[in-house]
Design a protein around this ligand. Structure first.
Ligand code: BES
Ligand code: ZN
Length: 458
């Protein structure tokens, strides 16, 4: 392992230059005008895997391709680890809020600013460099490795579960390792015990066949904007609970141990509040901020569209209104069921004179880990050595839809070890990742592969 660590240490600058090349490719999966760039990022990654010493292929799917890398020379006794990440990124807009352009990585005060630096190209690249450090520095790896990198995580991973089903034999593994999340705080390495799931719908409300004069028709013809606002206002009660009948039916209560572990984390509520810049915090009554973020389900409006929003006044009765609404889910809520309950609820509360249509966009299952056992122990040792601090177990409010599918289809447990930091602006302008965590994290992954090689050995 010393050779692998030496290799990583003496190549940090080249690694970073190479990461910048990756970050310069605008692989925005949501935008078809970037399809060429997304494809380019896939090919770039496949090439880097080959240079690291793995075999690699770019496998087409009905959407963006999957990059598959393999190295299987550790022998039949050695465990096989599947490393998952995503090479697609969120759209960078609004562009005017970026201090430096999103696809021109720029270093300021030890941070790499670029779309994808944290989510997830930076973290995926760390695995590629940790693999390279082993194979080029030590000439071997203590584990067999399968790398699966997808280009559709940010748009719901719809084609990945079918891919995993189709290639299940080739993807057979003892554990799945993912770096696409954050540490609880700087210098505090973290392992995830949960991810929330997601159900995403669009709500379309319409009345007249076209926009109308609001004086000539207003009062007699329904206003879809008003109707939609009333419907959305029924989604929560005064305690911050979701009112959709049946919404909480599948929610499993969390054990007292997890809740007291959450309460014991060094969380500074005021720092969190001022970090987001809101005048106050709110949420479901009876739960702490971290519990509201990690172990309780939510319903949020993500976007609203209706009527005239340009300069000045326009007296118009809009013909339609639209809202994007998503639910973060916890075990054992089912995304399809939640979308159906939402539709039933909206039909029940729909005011007179409008028609409502609910379109399901995408979903993902929630995930919860069993942190006892060799996988988490091995990761704990690797992180402790690399960061000089005992790792904490944390939940995560965001979603990585494929994690539950990996466990279900491949029958292997997932380990989520992320290196981004709170406030790193994932999905927002000025996304950043620290050079320090990039370098240290590569060392942690080099050690992690070693620990897994020993503790998962059959
Ligand atoms: N890397 C994130 C998940 C995440 C977010 C981890 C915040 C840790 C902190 C992932 O790329 C992501 O953004 N997922 C989407 C999934 C969705 C588009 C299906 C999410 O959570 O919104
Ligand atoms: Zn993301």
């Amino acid at each position: 392992m010393a050779d692998a660590l030496d290799y990583a240490r003496s190549n940090t600058e080249r690694f970073r230059e190479e990461l910048f090349d990756f970050l310069r490719i605008p692989s925005v999966s949501a935008r078809s005008e970037h399809d060429g760039d997304t494809e380019k990022a896939a090919r770039w990654l496949a090439e880097r895997l080959r240079a690291a010493g793995l075999t690699s292929e770019v496998i087409e799917t009905p959407g963006h391709p999957v990059v598959l890398g393999e190295w299987r020379d550790a022998g039949p006794e050695a465990p096989t680890v599947l490393i998952y990440g995503h090479y697609d990124v969120q759209p960078p807009e609004p562009l005017d809020l970026w201090t430096s352009p999103p696809f021109e990585p720029t270093v300021r005060e030890g941070r790499i600013y670029a779309r994808g630096s944290a989510d997830d190209k930076g973290q995926l690249h760390m695995h590629v460099k940790a693999l390279e450090s082993w194979l080029q520095g030590a000439g071997t790896l203590p584990i067999n490795v399968v790398v699966v990198a997808e280009g559709e995580e940010e748009v719901g991973s719809e084609n990945l579960a079918p891919f995993v089903e189709k290639y299940r034999e080739r993807l057979a593994c003892d554990a799945v390792v993912i770096s696409d999340s954050a540490m609880f705080d700087e210098g505090l390495p973290s392992l995830l015990f949960s991810l929330r799931g997601l159900a995403y719908v669009e709500v379309h409300v319409r009345a007249a066949k076209g926009d109308l004069h609001s004086g000539a028709y207003g009062g007699a013809v329904a206003n879809p904007a008003m109707a939609l606002a009333r419907m959305l206002a029924t989604l929560h009660d005064e305690n911050g609970r979701v009112t959709i009948p049946g919404f909480y039916d599948q929610v499993k209560e969390w054990d007292a141990d997890t809740r007291s572990a959450i309460a014991g984390l060094p969380f500074d509520e005021e720092r969190f509040r001022s970090g987001v810049g809101a005048p106050g915090l709110t949420g479901e009554a009876g739960f702490s901020t971290l519990e509201r973020l990690w172990i309780r389900p939510t319903c949020e409006v993500n976007g609203l569209l209706s009527g005239y929003t340009g300069e000045g006044a326009k007296t118009v009765l809009p013909a339609k209104a639209m809202a994007k609404v998503s639910f973060r889910l916890v075990p054992d809520q089912d995304p399809k069921r939640i979308a159906r309950l939402m539709e039933d609820h909206l039909r029940a509360v729909k005011p007179e004179g409008v028609a409502v249509e609910v379109v399901e966009l995408h979903g993902g299952n929630p995930w919860r880990a069993d942190p006892s056992g060799p996988l988490f122990d091995a990761a704990g040792r690797a992180l402790e050595q690399a960061f000089g601090a005992t790792p904490v177990l944390v939940g995560e409010g965001g979603s990585i839809p494929i994690v539950g599918d990996f466990e279900r289809i491949l029958g292997a447990p997932a380990l989520l070890v992320g290196f981004a930091l709170p406030g790193c602006n994932m999905h927002a302008p000025d996304e950043w990742f620290t050079i320090d965590n990039y370098d240290r994290g590569i060392g942690a992954l080099v050690r992690l592969y070693d620990e897994l090689g020993t503790s998962l050995r059959g």
